[in-house]
Write a protein that binds this ligand. Sequence first.
Ligand SMILES: Nc1ncnc2c1ncn2[C@@H]1O[C@H](COP(=O)(O)OP(=O)(O)OP(=O)(O)O)[C@@H](O)[C@H]1O
Length: 350
Amino acid sequence: MNSASAALTLDQVSLGYDQRLVVKDVSMQLQAGEIGCLLGPSGCGKSTLLRAICGFEPLRHGRIRIEGELVSSTDRLVQPEQRPVVMVFQELALFPHMTIADNLAFGLHHWSKAQQQQRIEQLLELIALPGMAQRYPHELSGGQQQRVAVARAIAPRPKLLLLDEPFSSLDAELREDLAEQIRDILIAEGISALMVTHDQLEAFAMADRVAVMHAGELQQFDSAFNLYHQPATRFVAGFIGQSTLLPATVRDERHIDCSLGSLVSDQILPFAPQQAVELMLRPDDVLHDDESLQRATIVRKRFRGSHFLYTVQLADGQQVYCHASSHHNHQIGETIGIEPHIDHLVLFER
Ligand SMILES: Nc1ncnc2c1ncn2[C@@H]1O[C@H](COP(=O)(O)OP(=O)(O)OP(=O)(O)O)[C@@H](O)[C@H]1O
């Protein structure tokens, strides 16, 4: 895709503080209308990168383009207010002494009164708070206030919305719901967005694609499904969901041998025969099946409501996760039947 039709293009972006680089050689592109998330552990550089896109941090290397226009490079820094972006911060940004309508109208001062009125009504409808125009922020719940904050940010129809942990003050249950609601609002308005979060479920609920960062580097920018089932690096495999790594040996271009037996790949393997590798297994790659002849012993169990997450020991002592329906309540030490169900082999060099 060329950068003229992309909402945001990061091209080998590096930046940092003093002598230290905290964002290293990041390249990615957000398509028009796309919603992306920057996800990673604390201190990995997510907020720094978002601040650079907004225009608050100069670059040490690389280029940032918004809708094709060069806004940051080593010798160019378009000021934040001159960029077609709006940022929503962690802490609530509503003006407490102003009504919801006045909050929403804040960025619309150059619009006519009639246009403002129409846009406010449209936004209140969109965030499912019709009739709330004359209320004050403290008369709304935390989730409602955050919806108003997002509506205020998108009121002037920016090209790109940047959100820095906008739901972190809300409880986990509400965060996922709100992420879905905000996603619907952005899609309805056709606004591209990039959100920083360290909460996977929030990222999955909100984004078309999630950029996983680690120590300043972009590890993978992909759909949640692909991050889970086809992680590009060991870090992504460990950070997204749960996984175990099982030693394995490549037999030929389609087969590997490991403690679960001989497994077939759906693709030609990029390894030579006899190469020592590690097979990544998700809990749902190994299912509990009473009928299976393959047996393993439960060494740990976690009840997850809808299912059990067992850790089972295979005949040769290797341990893997095993997913079982919550109706199958077995005890630690019990030997159960297991069945590998692996659509796609994820292998890392050992
Ligand atoms: N103004 C600053 N001056 C110096 N160092 C900074 C500054 N802001 C951030 N850092 C450092 O840069 C690194 C990246 O910080 P950043 O806030 O971008 O990470 P993050 O991934 O957003 O983390 P979190 O999820 O905790 O907010 C950290 O080591 C942090 O201590």
